[in-house]
Write a protein that binds this ligand. Structure first.
Ligand SMILES: *[C@@H]1O[C@H](CO)[C@@H](O)[C@H](O)[C@H]1NC(C)=O
Ligand SMILES: *[C@@H]1O[C@H](CO)[C@@H](O)[C@H](O)[C@H]1NC(C)=O
Ligand SMILES: *[C@@H]1O[C@H](CO)[C@@H](O)[C@H](O)[C@H]1NC(C)=O
Ligand SMILES: *[C@@H]1O[C@H](CO)[C@@H](O)[C@H](O)[C@H]1NC(C)=O
Length: 386
């Protein structure tokens, strides 16, 4: 109890210090030695590409000058998070080539859900690496790092692994849930039917956080889910349950579903704080940041918030059959039809599903100082308890 009160006072002092002295809030007082990330394509830095084939060009063109395992023209929010701590970008756990896990590992894959799906990737587009599988991988990774650390040989490999004590001091980041909701909708469940699954979905999420805590994890940074009712790949499908477009052109009922999920996720985080007394758990309202960006795009220097930069045709420059980088056979020749737009830096949506690097940077800039966090602490203080 005393320790908790002390920690509480430390946070109070830090908040006072930050507000009275207008200290650079991006200062990273927590000094996380590693970051372990779990999630879907919003934070996949090469997992699905390693397992199922690379996301081809023009993915990666704006920053990596070629495909880099990301569904984006450049960097993701998780890349900006790693960079803000002076760390290299996270290697995907599934990537067997040139991976360096000394500063963390990324278990996220594009198409991942919290709950395991009963369909294959080829049937439905959802990844077999659901959150429980990402947890098995983390568990194995953690145990084998501990085992190899005790062995005298293997100096070469040890340099590519975290230290044993890094696991309790690391930052654990999560961005997952959107695909659980869309998976239901794509199976033609109604919004209400998907809503009925949300308690089970957040329940399985909660189990994974507790399992990481049981292995020593203490600092958690949890993104809620975005307004997927504004994304071309969802709007483009003629879904039975779609309903009306709102004044911004988004599917209102889908955004309400996202908010319903987020509400339950936030309640779950509140319960976790009680059940895991030594954890510092930060809940980050990514929904509000993305919704503000999409609905006030011009104010922030962006254009055509509902159109994909890289795509082919239709109202949203999106075609489910010809994705970003897609070719069409014309007289026996492959012609690239789904090209990148002229200036991805003014676009929010990259390929109909994912955000551009420019949007990701903007989102990161909003969340890094804690203005969308509960408790309202900057990323660099996410190790301190509320
Ligand atoms: C692995 O990453 C660490 C930084 O976390 C760096 O110091 C080290 O040189 C890297 N090792 C290799 C082989 O790239
Ligand atoms: C998969 O099938 C099992 C058994 O029928 C069921 O309990 C589970 O809810 C299903 N999962 C999803 C995501 O629909
Ligand atoms: C959902 O409904 C659409 C339109 O009726 C249909 O084309 C599609 O096959 C259905 N999908 C599933 C998974 O049942
Ligand atoms: C956080 O950063 C954003 C973007 O730079 C800025 O608009 C906002 O005022 C900042 N909030 C605080 C509390 O510093």
């Amino acid at each position: 109890m005393l320790v908790m009160e002390l920690r509480c006072q430390v946070v109070m002092l830090l908040i006072m210090f930050l507000s009275y002295h207008v200290v650079d809030a991006s200062k990273n007082l927590c000094d996380f030695p590693a970051i372990f990330n779990f999630g879907d394509s919003n934070s996949d830095t090469g997992g699905l590409s390693a397992a199922f084939g690379q996301a081809g060009p023009p993915h990666g063109e704006s920053f990596f000058h070629g495909p880099a395992g990301r569904y984006c023209d450049g960097r993701l929010v998780i890349d900006f998070i790693a960079q803000s701590f002076g760390k290299p970008y996270l290697s995907a756990y599934l990537d067997a080539l040139r991976s360096n896990f000394s500063h963390g590992a990324n278990f996220a894959t594009a198409g991942s859900t919290i709950r395991p799906q009963n369909t294959t990737l080829h049937q439905s587009g959802f990844s077999p690496f659901s959150l429980n599988v990402q947890w098995y991988q983390f568990n194995d990774f953690h145990h084998r790092v501990q085992m190899y650390r005790t062995q005298k040989d293997d100096e070469v490999f040890k340099k590519l692994m975290p230290k044993t004590k890094d696991f309790s001091r690391a930052l654990y980041t999560f961005d997952i849930g959107q695909n659980d909701l869309t998976a239901g909708l794509f199976q033609n469940l109604t919004v209400d039917e998907v809503r009925a699954n949300v308690p089970d979905i957040v329940g399985q999420f909660k189990d994974v956080i507790k399992s990481v805590y049981d292995q020593g994890g203490r600092s958690f940074w949890i993104h809620n889910t975005g307004p997927f009712g504004c994304l071309p790949y969802v709007m483009d499908r003629q879904l039975a349950s779609a309903g009306q477009l709102d004044k911004y052109g988004c599917v209102g009922s889908f955004n309400e579903l996202a908010q319903f999920f987020n509400h339950r996720l936030k309640e779950t985080v509140d319960q976790l704080r009680k059940e895991l007394p030594k954890a510092a758990i930060t809940y980050v309202d990514i929904y509000s940041v993305k919704y503000t960006l999409i609905t006030q795009a011009t104010r922030y220097g962006f254009m055509h918030p509902l159109r994909a930069c890289c795509g082919h045709g239709g109202k949203y420059n999106y075609n489910i059959h010809v994705g970003c980088g897609g070719k069409v056979k014309v007289n026996g020749k492959d012609i690239l039809v789904a090209k990148s737009c002229d200036d991805p830096t003014v676009m929010i949506n990259w390929d109909g599903v994912h955000y551009t690097q420019a949007a990701n940077k903007w989102i990161f800039d909003q969340i890094v100082n804690g203005s969308f966090s509960d408790p309202p602490l900057p990323l660099g203080l996410a190790c301190y308890k509320h």
